[in-house]
Design a protein around this ligand. Structure first.
Ligand code: DHB
Length: 391
């Protein structure tokens, strides 16, 4: 079996790439090991950069973001019992949108299916062979357990942090660039009205908390916890106590907690993003810790670049943009790695932090909120650097 582009992974990166390629007249097959229900119900972050929203709307991938999503013109940074607003439009003329990633996925799946996309779910990809040739192959078993082999002009790994495609690009795990953190987030979804108009990122002596939202009746909140914490070990009252303690000065609207999870933190960048005719995008190429919500936005930025490179390769036989993909993508990836690391380390407390470390951290937060330059850097990074489309 043959296709032009075989895309492994039907998350936001893979589906968006198939959407952009189709608009350029390039057919693809998208494969995923999960079912449609699992794909559409994966709970992830909720913040889209302005550029991500513009792209989704302009390409017709999602127009619901404008009607069902909510524009947020700022966030609150809270520390030492004080709240400080970062006003995005005033500082950088851009905003972000609260629109949960699973809604983006529902829109993308619906758009691709309506357009007749060849989407193969519950298909397990075992490996990618012949990356260094002009006929790379994806090998695996389909939903019925039958073996398949797809030969393509190009293979894309958009298969997440536990990518199977990655080893065809990097040859293994040697040279992986990563960092781990001594904490995690305890995340909840609860039935309650919003506690605040905007998101609150709170640093407290008891650790970090983030008050986010999902809708008028459902809220998403997180608090810093041990990476080995058991999500089922706490009662609802203990969870509310932990949250209240970490957001002093804000009265939380409490309600029934109907979903809970523990998110581990990791920063990771693959040593290579492309080998021959196989490339990586999104979490397969890099992972960021969640603080600042860069994950999906970064995946979108990779996809926009790779789309440009694939059109040049497949339509014009021009390999130069593809040769530039890794270097150009990595510039933004490392900026986002820095921002995610910075937001994380500025706001969380570590078990071994001394009194000096705590006070230095408050000094850092104060240098950001009391300086227009500091607030502007945060606003610029949070709302997203301009999307590059050319290579
Ligand atoms: C959400 C997650 C984040 O990591 C963040 O920085 C902001 C919001 C969320 O899930 O709503």
């Amino acid at each position: 079996e043959r296709t032009r582009v075989a895309i492994v992974g039907a998350g936001p990166a893979g589906l968006l790439l198939s959407h952009l390629l189709a608009a350029s007249g390039i057919e693809s097959i998208v494969l995923d090991r999960r079912s449609r229900e699992e794909i559409e119900n994966t709970i992830r972050a909720g913040i889209l950069e302005q550029g991500t929203v513009d792209l989704l709307v302009e390409t017709g991938a999602s127009t619901r973001v404008l009607t069902d999503g909510n524009r947020h013109d700022g966030i609150e940074l809270r520390f030492a019992g004080e709240g400080h607003r970062i006003d995005f439009p005033a500082l950088v003329g851009r905003s972000v949108w609260l629109y949960p990633q699973h809604e983006v996925l529902r829109d993308l799946v619906a758009a691709r299916l309506a357009a007749g996309q060849d989407l193969r779910l519950e298909a397990t990809v075992e490996r990618v062979d012949d990356a260094a040739t002009t006929r790379p192959r994806v090998i695996g078993t389909d939903a019925a357990g039958r073996p398949f082999e797809i030969e393509a002009d190009f293979v894309v790994g958009s298969d997440g942090s536990r990518s199977v495609v990655r080893s065809a690009v990097t040859g293994g795990t040697r040279g992986d660039l990563f960092r781990e953190y001594p904490f995690a987030w305890f995340g909840i979804l609860c039935e309650a009205p919003p506690s605040s108009d905007e998101l609150i990122y709170s640093n407290s002596p008891d650790g970090f908390a983030l008050i986010s939202q999902r809708s008028a009746t459902v809220q998403r909140m997180y608090f810093q916890c041990d990476p080995d914490a058991d999500p089922d070990a706490l009662t609802e009252e203990q969870i509310w106590e932990a949250l209240r303690l970490r957001v002093p000065g804000t009265e939380l609207q409490e309600g029934h907690i109907f979903q809970r999870d523990v998110l581990r933190f990791r920063s990771f960048v693959a040593p290579e993003l492309r080998h021959g005719r196989v490339a990586l995008v999104g979490d397969a190429a890099h992972t960021v810790p969640p603080t600042g919500a860069k994950g999906m936005n970064l995946a979108v930025a990779d996809v926009v670049l790779l789309h440009t490179a694939l059109v040049a390769l497949l339509d014009d036989d021009d390999e130069r943009p593809l040769d530039a993909y890794q270097e150009v993508a990595l510039r933004r990836i490392w900026k986002a790695q820095h921002f995610s690391w910075w937001m994380t380390t500025m706001l969380h407390s570590t078990p071994e932090a001394s009194e000096f470390d705590h006070r230095r951290q408050l000094g850092e937060l104060r240098s950001v909120v009391e300086s227009e330059a500091g607030r502007t850097y945060l606003a610029e990074a949070y709302t997203g650097w301009p999307l590059e489309t050319r290579l």
